[in-house]
Design a protein around this ligand. Structure first.
Ligand SMILES: NC(=O)c1ccc[n+]([C@@H]2O[C@H](COP(=O)([O-])OP(=O)(O)OC[C@H]3O[C@@H](n4cnc5c(N)ncnc54)[C@H](OP(=O)(O)O)[C@@H]3O)[C@@H](O)[C@H]2O)c1
Length: 298
């Protein structure tokens, strides 16, 4: 069902293909979307701060990026430079702990240009009456409070840094990875905590964009539809999923993270998007337009 992008050749025309020198921190980099984003952005010339709790996986990812063949790198060749560094970060930790981890992340390359708030969990997906308070709190701590706290400590540094380098036209870009479940379009059974948290994340995006515009920090959300990852592994293996997709999805396909998602992420990192903030971008092959739930809470 996965297809490659037939327009790959036209990417030559896109200035955001080359993001040489941009420093990007990605949370939840140890698997799925976060992992793929790190790989793709490193190829475009970004330097990566990969964070998550499973540091063994982050080490594998960083080794892969740091040993990447120069030909694989679409940005300017930068032999022998460290391109990716792992920083342990539990986004559900308390403020001071997150502040300390963000401090370490900032020190790695001396600044952070872009934060991709990608870490997220669905949690168990029972009926609202069976959902435990503990599970609700876990989902909210990770998906919304964690996203806010990481953004808060990164943006405080961005704001201070920009204060000393006033010639920099943009101080930073924050990209929150939300979900189509957070839109008022389609809801799935069992998604109470997850959908509520992602909806809050979209609100957080808009309010932070409004407040931080004067500091030249842009904040946008991306709501992915269905992509292959640990979180969707069960759903992807369901019998008949391909048939459902080929009948229900307007574009009749499940895209691959690269380039379906990475192309938009690259744009939001690049200066071409300097006038774009407070937006909720939907990347789902049009699926959520129908308002028909698939099986899971995603
Ligand atoms: N895949 C999809 O189709 C889809 C659709 C809509 C939205 N999304 C969103 O995309 C994001 C990535 O999901 P995915 O599909 O790539 O799932 P995934 O493969 O399960 O990845 C989730 C990532 O989040 C990290 N994470 C979870 N809890 C964390 C915590 N407390 N602190 C730090 N990191 C934590 C995990 O790392 P550790 O366990 O190592 O910490 C992992 O790297 C999520 O926000 C999800 O809601 C995905």
């Amino acid at each position: 069902m996965e297809i490659s992008c037939p327009q790959a050749a036209t990417f030559e025309l896109e200035p955001w293909r080359d993001l040489n020198g941009m420093i990007v921190m990605v949370t939840g980099a140890s698997s799925g979307l976060g992992w793929e984003l790190c790989m793709n952005l490193a190829k475009s010339g970004c330097r990566i701060i990969a964070s998550a709790r499973r540091t063994d996986r982050l080490k594998v990812l960083c080794d892969k990026i740091n040993n990447m063949d120069v030909q694989e790198n679409e940005g300017e060749a930068r032999n022998h430079q460290v391109l990716a560094v792992a920083v342990e970060l539990d986004v559900s930790a308390d403020g001071p702990t997150i502040k300390e981890s963000v401090g370490k992340a900032w020190e790695v390359f001396g600044r952070i240009d872009v934060l991709i708030n990608n870490a997220g969990i669905t949690g168990p997906i029972p009926n609202p009456l069976d959902l435990s308070e503990e599970d609700w709190d876990k989902v909210f701590k990770t998906n919304i409070k964690g996203s806010w706290l990481v953004a808060k400590y990164v943006c405080l540094q961005m704001r201070a840094f920009n204060h000393y380098f006033v010639l920099v036209n943009q101080a930073g870009s924050v990209i929150n990875i939300s979900s189509i479940t957070g839109l008022q379009r389609t809801y799935s059974h069992g998604s109470l905590a997850y959908a509520s948290s992602k909806s809050s994340l979209n609100t957080l995006t808009k309010v932070m964009a409004m407040e931080l515009g004067k500091n030249k920090i842009r904040v946008n959300s991306i709501c992915p539809g269905l992509f292959n990852s640990e979180i969707t592994a069960g759903l992807m293996q369901k019998k008949g999923i391909e048939k459902v997709v080929s009948k229900v999805f307007p574009l009749r396909e499940i895209g691959t993270i690269d380039p379906a998602l990475t192309s938009l992420v690259r744009y939001l990192i690049h200066g071409s998007s300097y006038y774009v903030t407070g937006n909720i971008f939907i990347v789902d092959a049009g699926y959520s337009l129908l308002g028909v739930p698939l099986y899971s809470s995603l």
